[in-house]
Design a protein around this ligand. Structure first.
Ligand SMILES: [Zn+2]
Length: 272
């Protein structure tokens, strides 16, 4: 269900972003300093649909959603460039030249790289004249920075919109460490107690037990545990949710408890 919704909303937001980016020429010439601002905006726009789907279905930003959204971001960027290309081709050949011509595509790619290099050269003092190979190299580098910018912006937007904690010490979003659905309620409760009483060895053993009792189709209600953790200092947030099946195959999710751990407790209690 959430996968299908993510597909529909993701494709929709990528398509709208590509069109908007084409209308505002976002795919070109928007590197400020070393930051590809246009590409970042495209990434943010393309991520909106998937983030909305995750929110609506009370899901989490698992690796699959993330990869899908990042592919959507790159597709939006490519779409904006493609629309620009179509306009370029129309401009060159009039209305009769809609079929893509290999020569035109190569020319356009060259133009894109050359313009990128010129945009970089424009930021240098006028006394510095770049030779052609350096200009082209700069253009390729810039294209690479733009695609990277799209991917990074997509990931950040999803993390921000689906409420992933941010580590201000290490300037990064937490990673999803564990996402466990467990029907063994007593194991979850014992695990919580072990965490609260700071018994790391038992907590780890109990987490293994929680992970080992998955939800069967016959279970009416169960517990979901989501652990987000900073990859450097291991500070963490644990969210425990009650889930139960309601009519028409839908699942209702109710937040039950949120626990924050600083670096020391997080690495002691939640290390894998
Ligand atoms: Zn950290």
């Amino acid at each position: 269900m959430s996968g299908f919704l993510a597909l529909v909303l993701g494709v929709l937001s990528s398509a709208l972003t590509a069109y908007g980016a084409y209308r505002t020429s976002l795919a070109h010439f928007h590197v400020l300093g070393a930051i590809p601002v246009g590409a970042l905006l495209i990434g943010i726009g393309a991520a909106l649909g998937v983030a909305m789907a995750i929110r609506l279905t009370a899901g989490y930003d698992t690796a699959n959603f993330r990869i899908f959204a990042q592919m959507g971001g790159m597709a939006a960027y490519a779409g904006a460039v493609l629309l620009d290309y179509v306009q370029y081709q129309l401009h060159l050949g009039g209305t009769g030249a809609m079929t893509p011509d290999v020569l035109h595509v190569i020319n356009y790619a060259k133009l894109l790289i050359e313009f990128g290099g010129q945009a970089i050269a424009a930021q240098l003092p006028t006394s510095v004249a770049l030779p052609m190979p350096a200009l082209l190299g700069g253009g390729v580098l810039r294209l690479f920075a733009e695609v990277l910018g799209v991917v990074v912006a997509t990931g950040w937007t999803i993390s921000y919109l689906v409420d992933v904690p941010f580590c201000w010490t290490h300037h990064r979003f937490y990673q999803l460490r564990h996402l466990v659905e467990c029907a063994d309620m007593s194991a979850v409760r014992e695990w919580e107690t072990a965490i609260q009483q700071r018994r790391p060895h038992e907590a780890r053993a109990l987490l293994a037990r929680v992970r080992a009792s998955p939800v069967a189709p016959s279970d009416r209600s169960w517990i979901r545990v989501a652990v987000h953790q900073c990859s450097v200092c291991h500070a963490a947030r644990v969210r425990i949710e009650r889930r139960r099946r309601i009519s028409l195959g839908r699942t209702l999710t109710e937040p039950a408890q949120v626990m924050q751990f600083d670096a020391a407790r997080g690495s002691a209690l939640l290390a894998t």
